[in-house]
Design a protein around this ligand. Structure first.
Ligand code: TRP
Ligand code: ZN
Length: 875
């Protein structure tokens, strides 16, 4: 236990700072053992708040060397210093404060602030990392113009980068190089960045809509220079898309991306100098899968889009995090939908919401999209802030229509350019641009938990009327009870017996938007009456996943099968199939699953349908994952889920064996690999077919080996590899584990995929197997990607082993958390998530999970990060 318990901070306590920082001039002297940072701040008093002439700056893990105020060096009794702050006294109205600190980047394992990754230096300042560089007002409402000077050994660090434009560069006689950068745009400190290294650069240009030429540069370690093309291409497409879809143009003459191997998250949108986890930017066909290419496209876009939704208009405080993250995820999702298949993208997003976000919303860390308190902000970079936040933006577009939404976003950007604002400034712009009142809708930002909508329908043949009654409720979440009804947009259709959409009129007309086919559910209970319904229809609700809710609607298996075949909404075809498959899996759990011939026929017809997008077919034929099934279970029995799913999978493989083989053969081709939508889609179905084929037929396994050997790209090689190592033939599995490593041991990113494939395998990954893997040369506790590849894949994917009856899986995770708590608290806290679900798991397992949480809680020196997650989970 800690000596003093960390304190929560509250949104309701927000106050403006006593001073603003107009200008920030930083000098970094990078030396072998330490870095000297000199910071000169031009302050102006903020007369909107009460003053006592003092100012408290944030600072952590800093060695203070000197403080000078308006030219006068301060003695130790003129300021107060503690572990987290420096308080200055007697400040004038416009003081200049110069602070010198010494920091130790090579000892920085938390990867916040300035640290070393491989041979380079880099920074990560969001959310509160800048305070590990120098004493500062490290809060996003303090926006300053930054000038940065970097001095370093010219031989070791020829490339020295910071935000904005390069304004001076010289090599000094003593072999050091000095460069200066100036960023003319005011920004909060969390967007500051610095990079130093011996890097190579890939360059291109982009001409903006007003005809300005922007230099684009991607900096990487020399061995990675052949992995930059795709990110550069994705960047140019993103820049163009933001101009066309939002009218937003880039605002500096240079845009840089740097790839680093040690990084806590995916990437960071530092102004003009995005820093990326190398796994989210580097790719070539031989080493990156299609999934990796799509992730890169989405993340490059995401960080680029932040230039407007995040940087030009930023957050007033961290309770507003979803203002930038939810909106930017929404923007990158629309971009990905436009670049690839919109339906497939929607399915992928709904899967994340239903597995990860719904679970978070039902657990001890549940929080609103705008939280009202936190202990450690790093713990709030969550699926709720990001993905649910994006859904909440998406619902506003469903309600306002595409044009209305665009008017709202235009007003938002114009009105708040250069400001640090709140989530309600966003909704206000939407309201003002459209003349609507979103008061009710804003409950989505304040109330945590996943609403449940239950539906009943009644058809009156005489009146040709259908009545739908929708009721909503929202479960209690930590600190929140008795929730009020939300404004839930329900996109719908009614199918006639031939599977066509019926034209309908709805009463009350005020609760219906005809153009977008949306019903507005705003009360606890509402009945919608559809007239002119000539025959009993099949109802299709929540098309396109129009709201992030759980739905209770008893539709028969025949109806679900009908929707799977005929719904004009691709998302609901998939959803109907998943609902059906969940029923099969439940049948299997109670020991009476049979695949009926009607269902078998429909699945077969889907496999044979060459008109359908193959990636779509692949999703239609994919069973819900174990974590998806868990989320739809009242009590989670991991072993039962694993075995039931396996049985249904084996049954489908058997029934459709010939078709899987035929599909595999139809989609195998010798075209040169390209990461483009049509090819990726075909490969997705081909490799899905292979994964079924190998379950029933030795020929399938032969084919997998052949594919492994002949593949000219990682997508096909990895797909074959995964089927081979998961085969029931242990020798074959071992052989390919070795072969793959032999081939790829020189490529870090591929080795990480190799680690993840085995650590996430239900076939292989017992706790004992994982312990051995942790000893492998390829593993390194200091590298977050490797920790995620092994511990993360184990605890989130190999569920039958993580939930081993003897508790060995839980113990392994808790040991990892305790170990990482000291070196990298952000990663330690993130890894914890699977243990926090203990209350929902069958009691004999749940009790062991809880015991491991208690063991962590008893540790001394718990970081705030881990303390917050564990203490909230044990309530
Ligand atoms: N703003 C980043 C993004 O979503 C998130 C991020 C990157 C981050 N690195 C981080 C958040 C480190 C917390 C800590 O694009
Ligand atoms: Zn982001």
């Amino acid at each position: 236990m800690r000596d003093a318990q960390p304190q929560a901070i509250f949104l309701k306590d927000y106050q403006q700072p006593a001073y603003w920082i107009e200008r920030t001039e930083l000098t970094f002297e990078l030396q072998a053992e330490f870095t000297l940072v000199t910071s000169q701040l031009q302050l102006t008093r903020n007369d909107d708040v009460a003053q006592d002439g003092s100012l408290t700056l944030h600072g952590q893990e800093l060695e203070l060397l000197s403080v000078v105020i308006d030219g006068v060096e301060q003695s130790g009794d003129q300021y107060q210093l503690d572990d987290e702050s420096l308080t200055l006294q007697g400040l004038a109205e416009n003081p200049v404060v110069t602070i010198k600190t010494r920091i130790y980047p090579h000892k920085n394992t938390a990867l916040e602030g300035l640290y070393q990754s491989g041979s380079m230096y880099c920074t990560q300042c969001e959310a509160e990392g800048f305070r590990r560089i120098t004493y500062y007002l490290d809060r996003p409402d303090v926006m300053s113009v930054f000038t940065t000077h970097i001095i370093a050994d010219a031989g070791q660090y020829p490339v020295l980068l910071s935000n904005g434009n390069l304004i001076a560069e010289q090599t000094l006689a003593n072999g050091t190089k000095q460069v200066s950068w100036n960023d003319p745009h005011k920004k909060p400190a969390y967007l500051f960045a610095l990079v130093a290294g011996d890097l190579q650069v890939k360059e291109d240009t982009f001409t903006t809509m007003s005809g300005r030429e922007v230099a684009l540069k991607i900096f990487v370690e020399p061995q990675n220079i052949d992995k930059t093309d795709y990110a550069l291409d994705a960047l140019k497409r993103s820049m163009k898309w933001d101009e066309e879809s939002y009218g937003r143009e880039y605002d500096l003459d240079i845009f840089m991306i740097v790839a680093v191997d040690d990084f806590n998250m995916g990437a960071m949108e530092n102004k003009g100098l995005n820093i990326f986890n190398s796994s989210c930017v580097l790719a070539n066909p031989a080493t990156a899968t299609d999934a990796a290419y799509q992730r890169i496209e989405a993340i490059v876009a995401h960080e680029y889009f932040h230039n407007w939704s995040g940087n030009r208009v930023t957050c007033r405080d961290w309770f507003q995090l979803s203002l930038k993250e939810g909106f930017t995820v929404f923007r990158d999702a629309c971009f990905s939908a436009d670049m690839n298949s919109a339906t497939v993208k929607r399915i992928e997003d709904a899967r994340i919401m239903r597995t990860v976000q719904f679970a978070e919303d039902a657990g001890p860390m549940a929080h609103p999209v705008q939280p009202d308190s936190f202990i450690e902000i790093s713990n709030f970079y969550t699926v709720t802030i990001y993905e649910k936040g994006a859904e909440v933006v998406g619902m506003q577009r469903k309600i306002l229509g595409d044009d209305g939404f665009r008017k709202g976003s235009d007003l938002y950007f114009d009105r708040h350019d250069g400001q640090a604002v709140t989530i309600y400034d966003f909704t206000q712009a939407m309201e003002d641009a459209n003349g609507v009142d979103l008061t009710l809708f804003k409950r989505w930002y304040k109330q945590a938990g996943t609403p449940v909508v239950s539906v009943s329908s009644e058809y009156d043949a005489d009146k040709q009327q259908l009545s739908l009654t929708l009721k909503q409720r929202c479960p209690d979440t930590p600190g929140q009870t008795d929730k009020q009804p939300m404004w839930i947009p329900v996109q719908f259709g009614l199918l006639n017996s031939r599977g066509q959409d019926l034209p309908v009129a709805v009463e009350p007309a005020s609760a219906w938007t005809q153009a977008s086919q949306v019903l507005h559910l705003t009360e606890a209970e509402q009945t919608f009456v559809f007239s002119n319904v000539a025959e009993q229809p099949v109802v299709s609700l929540f098309r396109d996943f129009s709201a992030p809710v759980k739905v209770e609607f008893d539709q028969s298996r025949d109806e679900l099968l009908f929707l799977l075949q005929h719904d004009s909404d691709g998302f609901n075809r998939w959803d109907a199939g998943q609902r059906l498959m969940l029923q099969w899996i439940n049948d299997a759990m109670s020991g009476n699953f049979v695949l009926d011939s009607a269902a078998e026929q429909v699945l077969r017809s889907l496999l044979r349908d060459e008109e359908l997008d193959p990636a779509m077919v692949a999703y239609l034929l994919t069973l819900p994952s174990e974590s998806y099934i868990a989320e739809f279970s009242a009590v989670i029995d991991p072993q039962a889920i694993y075995h039931a799913r396996k049985q249904v999978r084996q049954t489908l493989a058997q029934a459709l064996s010939a078709d899987f083989k035929a599909v595999y053969q139809r989609l195998s081709n010798s075209a040169t690999y390209a990461p483009e939508p049509r090819q990726m889609s075909a490969r997705a179905l081909k490799n899905l077919a292979l994964s079924y084929w190998v379950l029933t037929d030795n020929e399938g396994l032969q084919q997998a080996q052949q594919q492994y050997q002949q593949a000219d790209n990682m997508t096909d090689q990895m797909a074959a590899f995964v089927t081979l190592i998961n085969s029931s033939d242990a020798d074959l599995s071992e052989e390919y584990l070795q072969r793959f490593y032999q081939q790829w041991q020189g490529d870090v990113l591929v080795v990480n995929q190799w680690l993840a494939a085995q650590a996430g395998s239900s076939q292989l990954a017992s706790a004992k197997f994982i312990s051995t893997l942790l000893q492998h040369d390829a593993f390194d506790w200091r590298n977050p990607n490797k920790v995620r590849s092994v511990i993360g894949a184990f605890a989130n994917q190999a569920l039958c082993h993580f939930h081993a009856e003897d508790g060995s899986g839980y113990r392994l995770l808790a040991d990892a958390v305790i170990r990482l708590n000291g070196s990298n608290p952000q990663i330690a806290a993130r890894l914890l998530a699977p243990l926090t679900k203990w209350k929902r798991v069958i009691p004999q397992q749940g009790a062991q999970m809880k015991a491991e949480l208690e063991r962590i809680m008893a540790e001394s020196d718990l970081s705030k990060d881990v303390y917050e997650v564990v203490s909230k989970s044990l309530v």
